[in-house]
Design a protein around this ligand. Sequence first.
Ligand code: IMP
Ligand code: MG
Length: 193
Amino acid sequence: MSSVQQACAGVVVAKKRQREKLKVLLRRAQIRKRVRAIARQIERDCKGESVHLICILKGACIFLADLLRELRIPVSVDFIAVSSYGKGSLPSGEVRITKDLDRSIEGLHVIIIEDILDTGLTLNYLYRLLQARRPCSLKIAVLLDKPDRRVTEVVVDYIGFKIPDEFVVGYGLDYAELYRNLPDVCVLPTVDT
Ligand code: IMP
Ligand code: MG
């Protein structure tokens, strides 16, 4: 076997080991159904008005993409990036904007789209920041909620699933930038949160 073939075989084995450690928590079909239900709820609440979705990068990108395509009302989109977790899973308690919005949200009906509500530090900070920019209304949609980990209160308008205090990956969520591409939400058992 050539050194290239050996390297490729090594990658395949490493990926297989990675998958074996993961336990599926929410299957893609379950997620699709719930995202659809949230879209219907948003449509009802918007009463024909257009809505501006703000996706928190990078974790919420898949949730945004699926929700966006389910919505049957006029929708615009913007992105914001914050850093709060560093490279691993331990929260630093510090929230920093690394990419700001492209346009003003003044007078718009805004919904913040987030992958997971954990301690609440990120959404608490972002909500106050965006509220100060005078949107017409400001709501929050999260795919996942880990209520056991909350350290600061956040009022959320749309929740996909409440989950136990476990570190999850997939459907956009990462651990050290890996696993975002998994279609299901899975528990990564070896991570301390
Ligand atoms: P919070 O500020 O503690 O609520 O954390 C929110 C952010 O932490 C999320 O946007 C995620 O990026 C990250 N996070 C929290 N829990 C998890 C998890 O279980 N898996 C992956 N990322 C997580
Ligand atoms: Mg995130």
